[in-house]
Design a binder for this molecule. Sequence first.
Ligand code: AMP
Length: 426
Amino acid sequence: MLFEDLNLIEPIKKAIKTKGFVKPTPIQSRAIPSLLKGMDLLGCAQTGTGKTAAFAIPILQGITLQHKANASRRQIQALIIAPTRELAIQIADSFEDYGKNLTLKTLVIYGGVSQNPQTKDLTKGIDILVATPGRLLDLINQRYVSLKNVKYFVLDEADHMLDMGMLQDVKKIIAHLPKEKQTMFFSATMPAEIEKLANSILKNPIKIMVTPASSTVEIIEQELYYVDNGNKVNLLIDLLKNKDIISALVFSRTKHGANRIVKNLGKAGLVAEAIHGNKSQTARQLALNNFKERKTRILVATDIAARGIDIEELSHVINFDLPEVPETYVHRIGRTGRASHGGTAISFCSQAEKPLLKSIQKLTTKFIVEIDDHPYPLIETSIEVIVKSDRRKPSMKAVTQGKPRNSRRNNDIKKKVVKTEKMRNN
Ligand code: AMP
């Protein structure tokens, strides 16, 4: 199927062409026809699948064809809520991109900045509002926002809203919406509370599941480096200096960790910027823009700050620390390999992180290739490498999913033997 086959109006087709897209992604080819018919949608899809266009295109077309003529003054006809400011900004950018040949007005509002410019824009009248829940609720309560004319409602990354404790605010916002509307609900995972919320607001929805394995994650090369915590920075410097890495998004588990990485990279002559919750919104946006525009090559982020960030042609994602929740690994590596571009995800794994790696391996269906000829191997595995090099030089080996391969088990045994002998010699 091509975009040409989707029954879209000329100005939207033209905008899609300008973006250079020809073929809809699986979620787009399934969602757009049903959404154009006015159906509700439950989408199990993460960022990277093309889900933004899947809802933005039918909303733009719907407002243009059905509702715009009725309004004497611009009123909010579409509301999109997203968990983070970065994601909200990106969604608004997409509405502007796909609607560039239309005359609709989009506004994005989020917390952490003064509300004055936002309220000023709101009073001028807008058609599409993209918002984070907290600021939106504030502005509803101050009567700057009226949702009574909303015809299209999108809840994006609902599971992340749950993680971030936003569900109460979301429910309060929903209570302000009219009963008659078209609802699109997106969540990468479906915890019970999210399923309950979806059931309570969707009417006979079309359900679309786009699993990461069949979409983006499959085209991402995944590499694994066993390395001691104390050597992770050295390994990172080594990789960033010597490897053909055009742009790298580095994930740190903590805000302090992210700052430390940036500082250490700086000492080694590698310019990097950090985004995390302790940075001001302006600083985060600036760092993100610098990265998107290729002014900085390395961006170090925590999970919350990086959620939903859409950077086209990001070549590498580096998991400096493995995530506690295996699904987060899939979210992280989905930042690279967007839609049609390939990408590489590099993960560092210390001794203490091995159990986390095991859960990740159970979840991903693709091989994670272990790179063991690097300068900072785990102290214990270095003994293993010496034994193996008696037979042949190790280079790359595939780590099978779930259980270790026999050869690995044999190596583990050898490792133990060597260690025991070493102790005896001492
Ligand atoms: P999303 O999942 O909405 O965050 O989209 C992920 C990325 O895919 C964005 O960079 C989009 O610009 C890009 N994209 C969306 N639809 C298509 C398409 N049909 N063909 C190629 N790239 C696309």
